[in-house]
Design a protein around this ligand. Structure first.
Ligand SMILES: Nc1ncnc2c1ncn2[C@@H]1O[C@H](COP(=O)(O)OP(=O)(O)OP(=O)(O)O)[C@@H](O)[C@H]1O
Ligand SMILES: [Mg+2]
Length: 308
């Protein structure tokens, strides 16, 4: 089985709870509190573990919340590699208002990191023997926008396949100059980068242009409830979403990425892995709140997914 290294440069502790009504000034009494280790790279590692894969997880960890995060990850079948930073890991809070079925999400800006705190993570990638290196999530404050470009270079130099799921300036830097194996923007993230709205028919050809320029071997653009598009230099595959009861879209993108990487690490080809990703994304929307996806749902939905 191929080796996987997940990178989480801006992890979080995700706390969620329910309240009947959220009001200003008054105390909002909550119940059903749940807490999970979270943030892009951590979620990807958790889903890979759920699917039965083994991965190493390199993450920035500071303060008392960093210690808590490490303790929360400890029971999971993930090889933890915390990298110390000064500032504390952020705590994100979501309240589900049961009377309206609306969700209020509070996401702190998180730690400010220095170049010297980031350097050991870049070194770890330079020395890694992983076959797949997956970076997911936003960059922490203080990290240069081209941090993922540098990590992609380090991975390439080791002969590893680099997979990226990020947004904003970090995605823009990567789509401008990185050489990756796979990059997974959502439609909104891709549109923000190209600077225009794209019809589903246009996404494939526009993404293919980046593939042909050598930015990535594959680009997967996810369309939420409308499915996903996989682009290579000579092929555009579009698949509809798998029809499932929708509970919470939280974690669909992370589960999609984890499904693809896990399947690739098992030796499946990219198209097959793409279908596993679709199944994992759909399985994630079936679960409530910040819960990601369940293995049995992924395997069942994979069997039901549409082949082009
Ligand atoms: N409503 C849905 N029904 C079925 N599958 C879905 C649905 N929403 C998402 N998915 C699956 O999950 C994949 C990823 O979803 P989406 O495009 O919302 O990712 P994202 O925007 O990166 O999400 P995130 O908010 O987690 O970053 C989709 O391509 C699809 O396969
Ligand atoms: Mg996403």
């Amino acid at each position: 089985m191929a080796k996987i290294l997940c990178l989480a440069l801006n992890p979080a502790i995700d706390i969620s709870s329910d309240a009947e009504v959220v009001r200003h000034t008054h105390k909002t009494r909550t119940h059903n509190q749940q807490q999970f280790p979270g943030g892009g790279g951590i979620n990807v590692a958790r889903v890979i573990a759920t699917l039965g894969g083994r991965c190493e997880l390199a993450f920035l960890s500071g303060g008392e919340t960093g210690k808590l995060l490490e303790a929360m990850l400890q029971p999971l079948p993930i090889l933890e590699r915390p990298f110390a930073i000064h500032d504390p890991v952020r705590v994100a809070y979501a309240v589900h208002e049961t009377s309206t079925n609306l969700e209020y999400r509070f996401v702190p800006e998180g730690p400010l990191v220095t170049e010297s705190e980031l350097a050991p993570v870049i070194n770890a990638v330079c020395e890694s023997d992983a076959d797949y290196i997956v970076a997911s999530g936003s960059l922490p404050r203080g990290a240069p926008h081209d941090t993922y470009v540098r990590l992609a270079e380090a991975a390439r130099a080791r002969g590893a396949r680099f997979i990226l799921d990020t947004s904003g300036p970090a995605l823009a830097a990567a789509l401008s100059s990185a050489q990756m194996y796979l990059v997974k923007p959502s439609l909104g993230e891709f549109e923000a980068f190209v600077g225009e709205k794209l019809t589903h028919d246009l996404v494939g050809p526009v993404a293919q242009d980046y593939v042909r320029r050598g930015i990535a071997e594959y680009i997967a653009v996810t369309l939420g409830g409308d499915g996903a598009i996989l682009v290579s230099s000579d092929k555009i595959i579009r698949v509809p979403a798998i029809d499932v009861p929708v509970n919470s879209a939280t974690g669909a993108g992370d589960s999609f990425v984890a499904g693809i990487v896990w399947a690739l690490s098992e030796g499946r080809d990219i198209e097959d892995a793409f279908h596993v990703g679709q199944a994992a994304g759909a399985a994630a929307v079936m679960t409530a709140g910040t819960e990601l996806c369940r293995r049995e749902d992924v395997l069942r939905l994979y069997g039901a997914s549409t082949r082009p």
